[in-house]
Design a protein. Structure first.
Length: 256
């Protein structure tokens, strides 16, 4: 594990990014694959210089990969988490292609804080499962208004098909066995990562505020990919389908 914390010149934001990536990969070993397919489809559908909304951006994982892949892109990252936004803002400080906005996606007026009226692509990963179905459907409606005609929305997240309980149970059992082995090998889980952040002199305050906002980790309804596709069509997207999936997760693409 790369040590996080501060260097002689300030906080080592890249070390925090790497630590976050490793923690997330403990849950999702195929995380990079979903990012790769996501950016493939961005380039295929809206070109090499897109204006992108990195929705529920966290530390800016999507933005980092977007700019490495498509240097002519611009990105607006939106999140409510003070600690993850601190890491994102520190990482991209001085890069005029990137803007960050602190906003609550459940607030009907959150889009008024954005620097642009429309986006070529809205991208999000492993974040919207925090929302229950009703506020998520409302959010999809707002996002449909924000994507330009011909633009895309992509959501890579946990999308559980309740009609296949035996398949779900088998996949979950194998995944947890592998996660247990990774823990034995030194991987940090979600709670341990936040404990580390709480001890950092720069992130301790934002981490405390983060838990005041969110409390402990909690999921929404995690509806199926079919539910997401149906709602996105109802909200105004004309073509919607998965472009990548694993036994537990789906990358759904919606074209305006």
């Amino acid at each position: 594990m790369t040590d996080t914390g501060t260097t002689e010149t300030g906080t080592d934001w890249q070390a925090w990014q790497q630590s976050w990536d490793r923690q997330q990969e403990w849950y999702m070993p195929d995380r990079e694959e979903r990012f790769r397919i996501m950016l493939d489809m961005v380039e295929a559908l809206v070109g090499s210089t897109p204006r992108v909304l990195d929705l529920a951006c966290g530390t800016g994982s999507i933005t980092a990969r977007l700019l490495a892949r498509l240097p002519g892109a611009t990105s607006t990252g939106v999140d409510l988490d003070p600690a993850l936004l601190a890491i994102a803002e520190g990482t991209f400080a001085g890069d005029d292609r990137v803007t960050f906005v602190a906003a609550d996606l459940k607030d009907p007026d959150w889009m008024s804080e954005l620097p642009y009226d429309s986006y070529d692509a809205i991208l999000t990963a492993t974040a919207l499962h925090w929302l229950h179905s009703e506020p998520l459907a409302a959010l999809y409606g707002r996002l449909a208004d924000l994507v330009r005609d011909g633009g895309v929305l992509m959501n890579a997240d946990h999308m559980i098909d309740d009609t296949t309980p035996r398949i779900n149970a088998a996949e979950r059992a194998l995944r947890h066995t592998r996660m247990d082995q990774a823990r034995t090998d030194g991987a940090l889980d979600w709670a341990e990562w936040w404990q580390l952040a709480a001890k950092d002199p720069v992130l301790a305050g934002p981490t405390a505020r983060r838990f005041e906002i969110y409390g402990e980790h909690a999921d929404g309804d995690t509806p199926s990919a079919a539910w997401h596709a149906r709602v996105l069509r109802e909200k105004g997207f004309t073509e919607v389908r998965p472009v990548w999936c694993s036994p537990s997760d789906t990358l759904l693409l919606a074209l305006k």
